[in-house]
Design a binder for this molecule. Structure first.
Ligand SMILES: NC(=O)c1ccc[n+]([C@@H]2O[C@H](COP(=O)([O-])OP(=O)(O)OC[C@H]3O[C@@H](n4cnc5c(N)ncnc54)[C@H](O)[C@@H]3O)[C@@H](O)[C@H]2O)c1
Length: 296
């Protein structure tokens, strides 16, 4: 069984938003990291964006990317066909004991791993954007996962400074995205019903519950608020909350119009390029500060 140490080679497949920040995270920890993308433009973009490249190499050659690697994290687009095709392509090049992980946001591990030759050496490691600043990684294993694989990945990611939560079941969306999806659905409902505009709804979250969530999870919040109070609040509110199971119309419409958010400079809000980069820098500084204070 492979051992993951500071001498190991890590490969990140996909140099998009997440792949770039995961690669930055490991290389800044002094781990030799290879960042692969099939598109030259994505590699050029990554080279321009990533500041510290001392332990990082870039490639568009898949064999070169994975053949010496001990730990591979797939961060290709959230599209099952693309991910599965990529697994088939890497399989012949892999070291026999390499550990393969996916950074998928939603697919269950079984859906991704079924039938792959490395099925028993595959896990989900779900990082958060930006991966070099947000401490948590959600991990999913399955019954057939080879003995030792989970422990090796856990001890390596802890060594690199991550906070880990291992799920007891292989469930779609894991924990954080399920919680987040419930909130986003209700936010879109409030917008659709004209209760407040998008900016006001954002302000409510940022200036109230969002501040608390950096310090307390939902169960602590229920305990501190008093379970008798939450008993009443939930019995009054749950019957009137949105419970539709389709994507809110407002999102579907914006996607149709290619208003994809900050990356196309138009979404719920409009973004000028200079405002966007200032805002991102401000957010990065704040996230770093909050995470340092919390974990000090
Ligand atoms: N964006 C987030 O906040 C976030 C957070 C956690 C997890 N994720 C997950 O991470 C993964 C990547 O998301 P992203 O936001 O970085 O997407 P992205 O669209 O920014 O990047 C995807 C990258 O994959 C590349 N790519 C395309 N085909 C490929 C292939 N065959 N092999 C390897 N790379 C290929 C693209 O060129 C692109 O650079 C997805 O599974 C997503 O669900 C995203």
């Amino acid at each position: 069984m492979v051992q993951l140490t500071d001498k190991s080679i890590i490969t990140i497949l996909g140099a998009g938003k997440m792949g770039r920040s995961i690669a930055s995270f490991f290389s800044e920890k002094g781990i030799f990291t290879i960042l692969y993308d099939p598109f030259e433009e994505a590699i050029i973009f990554a080279k321009n964006e990533i500041i510290n490249q001392s332990r990082l190499t870039f490639t568009t050659n898949l064999e070169e990317a994975v053949s010496k690697s001990d730990f591979i994290i797939e961060s290709a687009p959230e599209n099952l066909d693309i991910k599965k095709e990529l697994y088939q392509k890497i399989a012949p090049y892999l070291k026999s004991d390499a550990i393969i992980c996916s950074n998928t946001s939603t697919y269950p591990l079984l859906t991704l791993s079924k039938g792959q030759p490395f099925e028993n050496r595959m896990l989900i490691v779900h990082f958060f954007n930006p991966a070099d600043l947000i401490p948590l990684v959600e991990i999913v294993k399955q019954d057939s996962t080879e003995e030792g694989v989970l422990e090796i990945v856990k001890s390596f990611l802890s060594y690199c400074g991550k906070i880990l939560v291992v799920l007891n079941k292989d469930i779609r969306g894991f924990i954080a995205n399920r919680l987040q999806a419930a909130l986003l659905r209700e936010a879109c409902y409030l917008l659709k019903e004209g209760i407040a505009d998008a900016s006001s709804i954002d302000t409510v979250v940022k200036e109230s519950i969002g501040l608390r969530w950096a310090l307390n999870g939902p169960f602590e919040i229920m305990d501190y608020g008093g379970l008798d109070i939450w008993d009443k609040v939930l019995s009054n509110l749950l019957p009137v909350l949105d419970n539709t199971t389709t994507v809110p119309e407002v999102i579907v419409e914006k996607v149709k119009q290619n208003k994809l958010g900050a990356k196309t400079r138009d979404g719920f809000f409009s973004y000028r390029s200079d405002v966007k980069s200032e805002e991102i820098l401000k957010q990065r500084r704040l996230l770093k500060l909050v995470s340092e204070v919390k974990n000090s």
